[in-house]
Design a protein around this ligand. Sequence first.
Ligand code: ZN
Length: 255
Amino acid sequence: VSYKGRFAPSPTGPLHLGSLVTATASYLEARSRGGQWIVRMEDLDRPRCQAGAAAEILRALEAYGFAWDEPVLYQSARDEAYAEAIRRLGDLVYPCACSRRDVCRCAEGLPPGRTARSLKVRGGDFVLRRADGLYAYQLAVVVDDAFQGVTDVVRGADLLDSTPGQIYLFRALGLPVPRYVHIPLVRDAQGDKLSKQTLAPPLPLDDPAPVLRRAMQFLGQEAPALPVNELWNWAFSAWDLRRLPHGTEIDSGLC
Ligand SMILES: [Zn+2]
């Protein structure tokens, strides 16, 4: 496969306009290149996940005309793969006894009398397995992008800071590094990123076409008023990544 993209939501609540913009960019970039596109549920953080949210997200994607090429992968079913990756990292992994407040020097050995809470990676010095036993997002994303053969990641600029750590892990594991595009985040009228935390409204499912058109317009595409299927067909040929707004934020003005 020459191009394989993905959308990887966390099922902590329903999709909102910000997540639709990200999904649309990743879908259009894949389809306009004749590539494949998959959906992965990043449901690692079980305590934060909401029952039924994954099914609700998939229903919304279907209503908005997205079609994915493989069965949805659930990170909650992938613990064994993450454990195996930690074994493969070998000496790069070290136990850490710190809480968030501590200045961590555990790479040089655990301080006397302290017990390990989490596992970290040497060089990157970020957590691979958390104190609560859950695998960290950074590790799971890398293991799963490689496992699923993802060649290109299109995602929100809020994840820009985590990209160097992920590239570091791909290299440390001897896995191919995907190409990355980070798209600007949609901000609400208060200047906050649209998110579940800022109570962005869920996507309406009864009349998706105008909302999908707005998502494309946020991405700099002059989308016409069309029904969903025709809108996608227009966008598959018209999509141009170079028309993305510059910078890391888009003012929605309307949200
Ligand atoms: Zn530490």
